[in-house]
Design a protein around this ligand. Sequence first.
Ligand code: TEU
Length: 562
Amino acid sequence: RHEDAWWKSSVVYQVYPRSFADSDGDGVGDLDGITAHLDHLAGLGVDVIWLSPVYRSPQNDNGYDISDYQDIDPVFGDLAAFDRLLAAVHAHGMRLVMDLVVNHTSDEHPWFQESRDPASPRRDWYWWRRGRTDGCREPTNWGSFFSGSAWAYDSASDAYYLHLFAPGQPDLNWENPEVRQAVYAMMRWWLARGVDGFRMDVINLISKDPGLPDGERHGDRPYGDGSPYYVCGPRVHDYLQEMHREVFARHPGRVLTVGEMPGVTVEQAALFTDPARAELDMVFQFEHVGLDHGRDKFDPGPLRLSDLKNSLARWQSGLAETGWNSLYWNNHDQPRAVSRFGDDSPAHRERSAKALATVLHLHRGTPYIYQGEELGMTNAPFATADDFSDIESLNHYAQAIAGGAAPEDVLPGMRAMGRDNARTPMQWNAGANAGFTEGVPWLPVNPNHTTINAESARARPDSVYHHYRALIELRHTEPAVVHGDFTMLLPDDERIYAYLRRYGTTELLVLANLTGEPAEAELPAGWEGTELVLGNMAYEDSQREDSPYSPSPYSRSRYGHT
Ligand code: TEU
């Protein structure tokens, strides 16, 4: 049944609505702005749009702090605008997947406001505990993902509440069946409205060890590591199987579900994505986007290609028989792919971006494109702390400076790894504010939009955009891309990413030189004179008389050659 699941041959495009397209001039992207730019996505050939949150929210974490799950925040429009977008997406033959953020709500959600009263029936909808008197005052010594303690004190009831993220994001108590049923009802409401699935925010954190033990202290870190007690917690599979029964079983084969799972292992992902267990279709894992972390993400170190290949190959083999991989280089939480994994210098940026795209998209799994990645958009220049907007970065900066660090020691890590890199406005053209808004953009547009923008990319046959279009077309036309097995080649080579895909009588050899210099390597015999289906050489080079490649029907329509 899952062999032919529609999402196995799909490509998903993530829209971060705040930064995609502004239709009303307030400097913030909105739903009608997305509707007005669907031709860009349809032209790329993507099948699904994953829409980051547009629900009513105080926007402390850019919409990942929800105060009303069944209404649209006025900054993005209203439910009528949402219905217009959904109808237009379906009219283009695409599907729309919503971002489900149910590990926590906003502290402005009525559920939380009621829960602050110990006598309220909703008291137990969140994690409330008395403080302690010995040493650590908070109920556990856990740290938050966004710096500081994972507990906030509420004087109204002289108690603390748990928030793994910001204090404005109190964790829901999934132990409580009323919480779970309220979430499932809301999910059914959106499916009844016609959406086609959910990306589930940190869904592997929803089950906590109810004993709430202290975490181990590591080195000089101010807080204990609570992750063993909430990452893939004791009842997470029970909850997801119940969710499947209560929500998805009513829409067999229609919806796509992808769980965002910080800290998930291959073994656990095989359970989450095993169709026989009826939990999720796929997960976002974080191993490859953690390889360059030093003490933490803001202390980035060198990344060896052999480590990256080893990690991705392990996930390919781990989910080869049962389960399914998602494939991504970046999203709204990660730096721009070509800046982090490639070379974003003007001389190499486009070929680097195309090589990275080729490597990722021809793996076995469902590829995710983050808005602007198809243009080879880069990290942005952030001079001082004032240039950053993201709560994760600003809290990290404040904590580091309070701990005695100097700004010049903290800023480089934020410039390289901060989430704002992915959140500068989509670059539509070379004009004012890159065509993103007629107003003042909420976050400055990257100055390089004069050369990196959708309008010029669509006009140039050898652009990153057309390379992504070619990769998506190949996935839609060559069964080996979707169903083929995977064999990593040259695992220890630090310059070349090479692998094989085989399906029936078809073999695909994928080769990418991820350096700026020529590279040679021993390859399996028998590939001489075979057909080049997709390359990555600049158009001019590929048209040279002495070009080493015979253009195939594919490459002719793609203008690119390796
Ligand atoms: O991200 C979860 C998460 O783990 C991220 O905080 C990630 O670890 C970090 O940003 C990488 O450095 C999800 C959403 O994608 C993110 O935007 C939200 O801030 C977070 O959950 C809380 O909802």
